[in-house]
Design a protein around this ligand. Structure first.
Ligand SMILES: C=C(O[C@@H]1C=C(C(=O)O)C=C[C@H]1O)C(=O)O
Length: 363
């Protein structure tokens, strides 16, 4: 058989398979529409079309049963988009994210909700909280910690005065790029703009490759990319999305000092999410200002065999030297042993607020 004949046969097969996939995707979409009809018919006031726990279960199952050659992550990403499109038939999810357009937070929002979500950039973390509180959007996406740079304290502090709940988390591998516009040559860079945490994430690389360039902190990586678009002798450190958005050339790739550099983002909203089978819970506790307070707070977790994934301390804002603890652990607030531990913790602290139980990030 000639090469052309072999290719023609294979392409016919692909065309047939595509037709079948397409039919099945539409059948799936019809089922999702029927789900919406059932939810509406129930007559309940506040209908939740978007179900984070159900989506996490679907994606986990996709990964578990996957046999390749496509990777589990790749397959889950495809299903993420199919679900996003199906949900948009019920009602597109509206999401506010820490902008501007082109930030890693936008990338996180799209990774979590898929590209059929309607995502709106906000100028600051406070604005994301406010937009969700005002009901203008159903969810917000904010960064909370970076593996190289640590906690984003502004996000934690925002929970102190907010009644919003955490309904999900998403972890993004952060790759940084050195970007220039058409007016700048790679050997003529005297200024490098970026968000302070991105500058910090690339500090060693910059020391080595651009020791004498001035490092200029700006409000976001996307803002850095926008600034250097027309400037001379200037480069930006930013992600892939910003590079595409502003049509900048990548003159160096993956310049972050830690190869596994990642950021964790939280999804905030008003929803209480039922258990998905593999969940995390975040809480906030204020202790009385006395010796052993942190030990007393943590002890019940240890005794009930609950795995803590993070403990952060922040000033409480209600007087000097008093603190609020932010604790993340594995398990759902409805689990028996979590309930038991929480009942005990409540006796030992001056204030306890469960910020939310939510599925562990799948993608
Ligand atoms: C179809 C549903 O609604 C939404 C769409 C889903 C999907 O396409 O699989 C899953 C969960 C919900 O976000 C449902 O609740 O099952």
């Amino acid at each position: 058989m000639t090469e052309a004949e072999q290719l023609a046969i294979l392409r016919d097969q692909i065309d047939d398979i595509d037709q079948t996939i397409q039919k099945l995707i539409n059948q799936r979409a019809q089922c999702a529409q029927r789900v919406a009809e059932v939810k509406l018919a129930s007559g309940a006031g506040d209908i939740q079309f978007y179900r984070p726990e159900r989506e996490a279960q679907v994606l986990r199952r996709v990964m578990e049963r996957n046999e390749g050659p496509l990777s589990d992550e790749e397959m889950a990403r495809l299903f993420r988009e199919i679900m996003s499109a199906c949900l948009a038939l019920e009602e597109p999810v509206k999401v506010a994210f820490l902008g501007p357009e082109g930030t890693f937070t936008q990338e996180a929002a799209l990774k979590h909700f898929g590209h059929s979500a309607v995502a709106q950039p906000m100028a600051a973390i406070d604005d994301v909280f406010r937009e969700v509180e005002a009901g203008a959007v159903a969810y917000g996406v904010v960064p909370v910690e970076n593996s190289t740079e640590g906690v984003i304290s502004h996000t934690l502090d925002s929970f102190i005065d907010s009644s919003l709940k955490i309904s999900g988390e998403v972890v993004l591998r952060i790759h940084q790029y050195l970007l220039v516009g058409e007016n700048t040559r790679r050997d003529k860079i005297s200024r490098i703009y970026s968000h302070p945490s991105s500058l910090a994430q690339c500090r060693k690389w910059l020391d080595q490759h651009y020791p004498s360039a001035e490092r200029i902190p700006v409000s976001s990586n996307a803002e850095a990319a926008r600034l250097v678009k027309g400037e001379w002798h200037s480069a930006a450190i930013a992600g892939d999305m910003a590079s595409q958005l502003y049509g900048l050339e990548k003159i160096a790739e993956k310049i972050e000092d830690q190869p596994d550099n990642s950021t964790r983002f939280l999804i905030i909203g008003n929803q209480e999410v039922p258990g998905s089978g593999d969940d995390k819970t975040s809480l906030m506790a204020a202790t009385r200002n006395q010796p052993g307070a942190l030990h007393d707070l943590l002890e019940p977790f240890h005794r009930h065999g609950i795995d803590l994934t993070r403990v952060e301390t922040r000033p409480s804002k209600v007087g000097a030297w008093s603190y609020v603890f932010f604790i993340d652990f594995v398990g759902h607030a409805d689990d028996d042993r979590v309930r038991m531990a929480m009942a005990e913790v409540e006796q030992r602290v001056s204030d306890l607020k469960i910020l939310g139980s939510y599925p562990k990030g799948v993608l």
